[in-house]
Design a protein around this ligand. Structure first.
Ligand code: FAD
Length: 276
């Protein structure tokens, strides 16, 4: 399939990218790795008349410690995150989850900013970010603002971003050697998860159990009350509304949510990264 016609804009700075968003409004789309946007354009499910390619903006790809947090530039590709020594030492769930995204080609092109902004409920890194509990830094015409991850993903392809805002950075707490677990169930290697569960320090997030990635709040509350992992994980599907498709019906997804949550919590309680 061939995408509809579009104009390509290549800003050299984040400010120029924001100015292009302001100028072109709803007609424009940011192009990062293109691994979610271009398939949609080829199917003509997205038909932007202007693409703002942020791939050449310098300084958007980094992982660095800032106080109690790790800051990750929006342009950081999944492969870069997977191999980054700072991420491996300070927030090891993220490199592991990055290594589970798609295939090498996807990981060499896709960016963390792109997967965060895309808001596909089946995406891996947003699930881990939601369990980590950090924030998304957005830049618009009035400057930067920080949006907690718990308020960022609103629904299928829907986020708290304004139309003239760009994701420029992700900020997550440094977890160091604290235990974590990530469990992803796929039909074939390299696929998106049918369901996935991320567990970090008593917080649990699920992929593909609603219109957006969600926290398993009943499980978290049970853990906080001192329930066993088994009891808490049995509540993981509470309040979820998974879709049914050719891969799994809703009931099976809810079964997977309970099972994967238990496994993720067990890993988090055990050797953490080593258990992955
Ligand atoms: C074959 C294949 C397999 C895949 N498998 C998986 C998988 O297993 N797990 C998984 O999680 N994902 C998977 N993906 C998706 C992959 O992770 C994408 O790279 C990611 O979802 C989007 O990142 P991107 O940089 O390619 O964004 P793009 O495709 O360039 O953009 C996606 C959307 O986000 C917007 N956008 C991009 N960057 C920004 C920004 N900085 N600020 C504001 N808006 C922005 C764009 O306008 C667009 O709407 C797969 C993709 C493919 C093609």
């Amino acid at each position: 399939m061939i995408p509809g016609p579009f104009e390509l804009v290549r800003p050299g700075t984040v400010e120029d990218a924001v100015a292009a968003l302001v100028e072109h409004g709803d007609d424009a789309k940011i192009l990062a790795g293109g691994h979610s946007l271009l398939p949609l354009m080829k199917l003509r499910l997205a038909m932007p008349s202007v693409l703002i390619d942020i791939g050449r903006i310098p300084g958007l790809s980094y992982v660095r410690v800032e106080g109690d947090e790790v800051a990750i530039g929006a342009g950081t590709r999944h492969h870069e995150l997977e191999k980054d020594p700072v991420a491996q030492a300070e927030v090891p769930i993220l490199p592991y989850v990055a290594s589970q995204v798609g295939d090498p080609q996807v990981r060499h092109r896709g960016t963390i900013g792109g997967t965060v902004a895309h808001s596909d409920p089946a995406s891996d890194l947003p699930t881990a970010l939601l369990a980590l509990g950090g924030s998304v830094v957005a830049q618009g015409p009035d400057g930067r603002r920080s949006i907690p991850v718990t308020e960022f993903w609103l629904g299928f392809f829907e986020t708290a971003l304004e139309p003239d805002e760009l994701v420029v950075e992700l900020r997550v707490p440094r977890t160091g050697s604290a235990g974590w677990g990530y469990e992803k169930f796929t039909r074939r290697a390299n696929d998106w998860p049918i369901v996935a569960a991320a567990a970090v320090e008593g917080r649990v997030a699920l992929a593909n159990m609603a219109g957006a990635v969600v926290r398993a709040t009943a499980t978290e509350e049970a853990l906080a009350r001192g329930a066993s992992i088994e009891e808490a994980a049995a509540l993981a599907a509470e309040g979820t509304s998974p879709s049914a498709d050719m891969h799994a019906d809703a009931e099976y997804r809810q079964h997977l949510a309970r099972l994967l949550t238990r496994r993720a919590l067990e890993k988090a309680a055990g050797a953490g990264a080593a258990a992955a």
